[in-house]
Design a protein around this ligand. Structure first.
Ligand SMILES: *Cc1c(COP(=O)(O)O)cnc(C)c1O
Length: 374
């Protein structure tokens, strides 16, 4: 089965991991700091690595101080972790609808639901296209809320010339194999706010405070470390950070190949009936993470099944988050965000990853043409 997304691992990646394995460090060693420094270059802000994109979101919400009684406004057109990280801290998740074309959080919809209880506004850069951060920033500032970007799709993307990582107070990344670069499992949080970076570092290390200047009992002894706020062990190991640094060296090449492939789809699918191609906003330079087409005339399920039967591993991204039974059981009802639901009904992600060959892509195009009849 041709997958919709997959990792690209070359000899330099393998060598980097082998090197790390035979060093003195397996967990927290110099490769963590090296990967975080390289990430900070790409993100334009200090970065803290964690075990995956889900724990990155959990840590980011915890750093923002999200707790019971708070509201977190987010998009339903995302992986469930964008919302569940806040829900697990006791917050009420408020879903605001997406823009009809980009499937990104609609600032007007956010504006309509913010209250004095809004603690975080969490956007997602769907398919790698940054959300409208300038407008979201104004709303967040007006509400006294933090702005969070779930950039699981968009590391390396630019918005009005600024890198994803500088656009929100907290920006989370995922390094799962289907994402734009991988550490097997892995994630990170970039933050433009030094106090949040400190909190993130402590949270991912069980809450331990090691900085003597911050200790309540600094004279206890050289062994001493103390916990001020609870945390978890979310550390990304040295061995995986070695892979991450190696992958980051290839990020520009990944971005260029994804751009080429997306442009080829644009061209090769332009005249296919019953199909709507993704729009491209002009003030962004995206890392093309997904290629999300819309299958019209109620045929999405049929097209999905027939492509899968032909060995083409298409995907649907995403079921509106509040359709998950856990949210349904909390009282969330279908119909709440009509644009997201309409998008979901038609969406199909075609294979797109750095090592996809032109031949395999042609096969996807021909199969789709065969089904949609052109
Ligand atoms: C993949 C993804 C996550 C979760 O990342 P994991 O590394 O798989 O835990 C969160 N949000 C979005 C939008 C994602 O695509």
């Amino acid at each position: 089965m041709l997958p919709y997304g997959r990792q690209s691992i070359d000899e330099s990646d393998v060598a980097a991991v082998i090197d790390a394995l035979s060093s003195d460090w397996l967990t927290t060693g110099p490769r963590v700091a090296e990967f975080e420094a390289m990430l900070a270059e790409v993100a334009g802000a200090p970065c803290v690595t964690v075990t995956n994109g889900t724990t990155a979101l959990h840590a980011a919400y915890a750093a923002a101080g999200v707790s019971a009684g708070d509201e977190v406004v987010t998009t339903p057109m995302t992986f469930v972790a964008t919302a569940s990280g806040a829900a697990m801290l006791g917050a009420t998740v408020v879903f605001a609808d997406v823009e009809e074309d980009s499937a990104n959080l609609d600032p007007a919809a956010v504006e309509a639901v913010v209250t004095e209880r809004t603690k975080v506004i969490a956007a997602v850069d769907y398919a790698g296209v940054p959300a409208d951060y300038d407008r979201l920033r104004k709303i967040a500032d007006g509400a006294g809320a933090y702005l969070l970007g779930d950039a699981a799709h968009s590391i390396g993307s630019l918005y009005r010339g600024r890198p994803v990582g500088t656009l929100a107070d907290l920006t989370t990344f995922s390094f799962f194999p289907t994402k734009n670069l991988t550490t097997a499992e892995g994630g990170a949080i970039a933050s433009t706010r030094p106090e949040l970076v400190t909190r993130l570092r402590e949270f991912r290390t069980v809450g331990l405070v090691r900085d003597r200047a911050r200790m309540r009992y600094p004279d206890e002894g050289a062994w001493h470390q103390e916990v001020h706020q609870f945390g978890l062990n979310y550390r990304l190991p040295d061995v995986l950070c070695a892979l991450g640094s190696s992958q980051l060296r290839r990020l520009a090449a990944f971005k260029e190949r994804r751009r080429q492939l997306a442009a080829r789809y644009d061209e090769l699918l332009a005249d296919v009936p019953g199909l709507r191609l993704p729009v491209q906003a002009d003030d962004v330079d995206p890392m093309r993470h997904l290629y999300p087409v819309r299958i019209l005339d109620g045929r999405r399920r049929e097209v999905f099944d027939r492509l899968r039967a032909a060995g083409i591993g298409v995907q649907v991204n995403y079921i509106p988050v509040y359709w998950h039974p856990v949210f349904e059981d909390l009282g969330y009802r279908r119909g709440m965000c009509p644009n997201a639901e309409a998008f979901y009904a038609e969406e199909l992600s075609l294979p797109l990853f750095a090592d996809l060959t032109d031949d395999d892509q042609d096969r996807v195009v021909e199969a789709l043409r065969g089904i949609l009849g052109s």
